[in-house]
Every structure is written in C-alpha cells, then in structure tokens.
Design a protein around this ligand. Structure first.
Ligand code: NAD
Length: 495
C-alpha cells in the first residue's frame, strides 16, 4: 500500500499565487492592493491575494468580450470545444491533490472530502458538459409549408459568475461547465474567503488549450469586485450562487445597469419530514446526521429543519444525538476527520449566536452546542442537535449555515406538511414513509426544487439543482443549465 500523504508537510511547502487571471495571464491588481488569505484551520495567512476592483473587473470583462466577439471560442465546432473542455477536466483530476489541499486550507473542510468529492465532482461537471455539447440539437418549428422557422441556441456572450465559499470549486464548475460548453466567455469572482482553487482552475483551463480571455478570474470583495462585475454594461448574464441577501442585490444591479439576466441560486432551510410509518428510524436518523453535518453544516441544502412524528420523536432524537459525536470536528488535514472548521471567525460568531438564541427561546440541546479545539486557533463547533424546537423560533426560520439541526415534532400529515412549507426558502426537502401513497402525496406537496423520498444523499450532475421561493430562480446542473447561458433565436425563412 502507498504511504499515506503527509498533508501538513505538503501544506508547509505550498506557495500560492493570488494574482488575477486575465486574458490568459497572471496579473496583479492594477493598484497593487492585496488581502491576506486566512486559513480557518489555524487562523494563519496562506498568502496574499489580489484585491480586484472596478478597473480589474473591467479589464477582465473587456478580455472576455474581445474573446467572444472574435469567435475564438464561440465559433469553434462543438466537437472542438468538447475536446478542450475534456482536457480541462482531465487536468483537474490530475491536479487533485494540489486542488484538494488548497480547498481544505482555504475553507476548512476535511481533506478526505475535498479529495473524494469536491475535486472529482468539479472535474465530472466539466466533463459532462463537454460530452453534452455536441449532442444537443436545435429545433424546427411546425409551420405552414411556405415558411421554415429555425429555433437555434446561441451563446449569450460574457457571463459573470459570482460564487460562495462553501463549495468553491464545485460552485465554480457548475457555472463554468454549461457556460463554456455553450460558447460563452466567463469572468469568475470567487468568494474573498476562498479564492485559491478558482485561480488554479483558470490556469489549468489555459494549459488545456482554452483560448486566452475565455475564462478569467478576478478575486476580491463582494462590494468591490462583485458589485463591479454585476453592474458592468458588457456582462450579459450573472450566474450567482450565495446568500438570499446578496441575491436581492444582484437583481438591483441588473436593474441599475443593462437588465442583464440574473440567475440566483440562494440559501435554504430544508425540511426533512419523518413519519411514524417509516420503520427504519435509525437509518433516517443516520442519514439526517450525515447530511446535516457534512461540510460543517455549511451546505445550502443541509436538512436543518427535521420534522418528526411525535410518536417516534424520542427514539429519533436519541439516535441522532448518538450519531452526532461521530462528526466531532478534527484536524481537517487528517485523513480520518469527518468534520472540519467553519470558514472564519465571523461564521463562528454567527453560529454560536444561533446556538445561544435557540437556548434562550427555550429549545433543548440534545447534542453538542460548544466551540472546540480553540487551542488550534481555528473555528470548530460541535455537531449540535436541538430538540423541542418550534417552527417559529429563529433557529427554525433563519439559515444558520453551521452544524446546527432543529428537531420539530408534528402530530399528523397535514401539520407536518404545513410546517415544512412554512418557510421563505424552498431549496430541498425530504419525506420518509413506508406508505407509498403518502410518500408520493407529500413529495408533491412539498414546495422545493428537489424532494427526496426515503433518502437524502443521492445527487448527480444529470439532475437540476435549484430552489423555489427565496432559494432562487435558476437551476444549475443537467441540460437545463444550458438555458441560462444561451439565447433562443428564431429564424424565419420564406421557401
Ligand atoms: P454571500 O452572498 O455573502 O457571497 C456570495 C458571493 O457574492 C461572494 O463571492 C461574495 O464576495 C459576493 N458578494 C457579497 N456581497 C456582494 C455585493 N454586495 N455585491 C456583489 N457581490 C457580492 O454568500 P456566502 O456567505 O459566500 O455563501 C453562503 C450562501 O450561499 C448561503 O446562503 C448558501 O445557502 C448559499 N448557497 C447556495 C447554493 C445553491 O445552489 N442554492 C449553493 C451553495 C451556497
């Protein structure tokens, strides 16, 4: 067996390049400003990253526009774009250890997940769209014989992609895959909390043969680089993933500039509804713990509101509370660690504030509740389970984005469904029942973009991902994502 990797030694050797990638080359921010990229594992700086501002965003958008307008990418045959993107996907996989290390150091998730999930999923996403692009046909409308109407898809132009820090590489790939495959140019603004993998992705894309200017990355703060990108008159669409608060701003920026398309993928407060006719309570409890505490609870689709029928609630809570310690936070660079560090000090304070709020509103802590590993200098919180939660409490209404689960009891199906739907969010939901009629009935009533039945963890690039209500208005993944980054053109021909 090969020796296990010494990730600490690799981390010590790491040298990061935090400059922008514009027009196929590395560039410092025009005014030379940088910000320190801090690791949530120990609070130390990993290096300096360019603090992109309006001038840098403008340079990147101009490069992207020029690349689009001269057809160096959009005019390539789909099969040619496919080959270059396939190479890009292969390069991501070939760099998997480096990318996984960057991701873990930058945002705190366990190295085993970065390695087993984030890198391969990002690569597969690019690969999947590469393979799809020469298999999507256009349409001919059913018209009278005197005319022919072609309905064709054309790339939109310059796409501004603005992504969050919780799955930096994966969220970037969900934008890049369909946008690039369709022939667009992209300017990506990663989160200021986790910019490192996006910058490496852009280098790998250039190495794979993507023409300069087609994929640019400008790191920086949201209110600087993010705002400049979303307001830019030469950007045709924004693919945004982040909080609902910032998603509102995206709509405002579009209204104040060129009415660019805005596709928002936003927050969640997903419901997990367990009926007393579901026999394997232990499996439901194990699943909710695994899904809730994965990625330190920093997942948009984390099942943070758990509705349990009152008859099985005590048993369910006891099982979840016994599962929770399996996710006790550890050193993210240790390959055995199942839960890592929260992304930064601000997030730590937010999460601890919600744990205090839950207690003061009268909910009972059944597991966890404390900050741990303080001596490391990092931001670690125990997997936490609240019992006795009312759906009106702050911890049940607001997205916490940390390892905190609320268990809410219900007495019958109507009440369970009504409470599950009583949320401003609608990203995901699940129903657990051995009664096939009830399972289908409830799945249809739950107002969410994805509903799981008797499971929560299946996911794949082949299916759309997005939310109802204030969880957003777009869909990432699947062939439907092409809709976001293409214009439909009708061409009437007289014959
Ligand atoms: P955020 O809204 O604070 O930031 C997201 C991105 O927007 C970052 O790049 C940030 O720099 C930028 N930004 C922030 N303020 C801006 C402004 N005023 N103008 C322009 N850009 C700005 O979100 P976050 O804290 O990075 O991410 C967590 C959120 O993302 C959670 O709500 C989570 O549910 C959501 N999320 C949703 C999905 C999904 O697919 N629906 C997936 C992952 C995360």
């Amino acid at each position: 067996m090969a020796n296990p990797i010494d990730w600490h030694a690799r981390a010590r050797e790491l040298r990061i390049d935090g400059r922008c990638v514009i027009d196929g080359e590395r560039r410092a921010a025009q005014n030379g400003e940088t910000f320190a990229c801090l690791s949530p594992i120990d609070g130390r700086s990993l290096g300096e990253v360019a603090r992109g501002r309006e001038a840098d965003v403008d340079a990147a958008v101009r490069a992207a526009r020029a690349a689009f307008d001269d057809g160096r990418w959009a005019d390539k045959a789909p099969a040619q774009r496919k080959r270059i993107l396939q190479k890009f996907a292969e390069k991501i996989l070939a760099a998997k250890e480096e990318l996984a290390l960057l991701e873990t150091l930058d945002m705190g998730k366990p190295i085993r997940d970065s390695l087993a999930v984030d890198v391969p999923s990002a690569s597969r996403c690019i690969q999947w769209y590469a393979e799809a692009v020469d298999k999507v046909y256009d349409e001919i409308a059913p018209t009278p014989k005197s005319g022919l109407a072609l309905i064709t898809r054309e790339p939109m132009g310059v796409i501004g992609a603005i992504v969050p820090w919780n799955y930096p590489m994966l969220m970037a790939s969900w934008k890049l895959g369909p946008a690039l495959a369709a022939g667009n140019s992209v300017v990506l603004k990663p989160s200021e909390k986790s910019p490192l993998t996006a910058l490496r992705l852009a280098e790998l894309a250039v190495e794979a043969g993507l023409p300069p200017g087609v994929f640019n990355v400008v790191p920086g703060y949201g209110h600087e680089a993010g705002e400049a990108l979303a307001l830019h008159m030469q950007v045709d669409a924004i693919g945004f993933t982040g909080s609902t608060r910032t998603g509102r701003r995206m709509l405002d920026y579009a209204g104040r500039s060129n009415l660019k398309r805005v596709y928002n993928e936003l927050g969640g407060k997903s419901a997990f509804v367990v009926f007393d006719d579901f026999a394997d309570v232990a499996r439901a409890a194990r699943t909710v713990a695994g899904s809730m505490f994965y990625n330190q609870g920093e997942s948009c689709n984390a099942p943070s509101r758990v509705f349990v029928h009152e008859r099985i609630a005590d048993q369910f809570v006891a099982t979840v509370a016994a599962e929770a310690p399996k996710y006790q936070p550890g050193d993210p660079l240790d390959a055995a660690t199942a839960m890592g560090a929260l992304v930064d000090d601000t997030q730590l304070k937010t999460v601890m504030g919600y744990i205090d709020a839950g207690q003061s509103e009268g909910a009972r802590i059944a597991a966890g509740g404390k900050r741990v590993r303080t001596e490391s200098g990092g931001y670690f919180v125990e997997p936490t389970v609240f019992d006795g939660v009312a759906n009106t409490m702050k911890i049940a209404r607001e997205e916490i984005f940390g390892p905190v689960m609320s268990v809410i009891r219900f007495k019958d199906e109507a009440e369970g469904v009504a409470m599950a739907n009583d949320s401003s969010y609608g990203l995901q939901a699940s129903v657990w029942s051995d009664n096939i009629n009830r399972a289908h009935r409830v799945a249809r009533r739950l107002r969410a973009g994805t509903v799981h039945v008797n499971q929560y963890d299946e996911d794949d690039i082949t299916v759309p991902f997005g939310g109802y209500k204030q969880s957003g208005n777009g869909r990432d993944k699947s062939l439907h994502a092409f809709d976001k980054y293409t214009e439909l053109k009708t061409t009437w021909i007289r014959i």
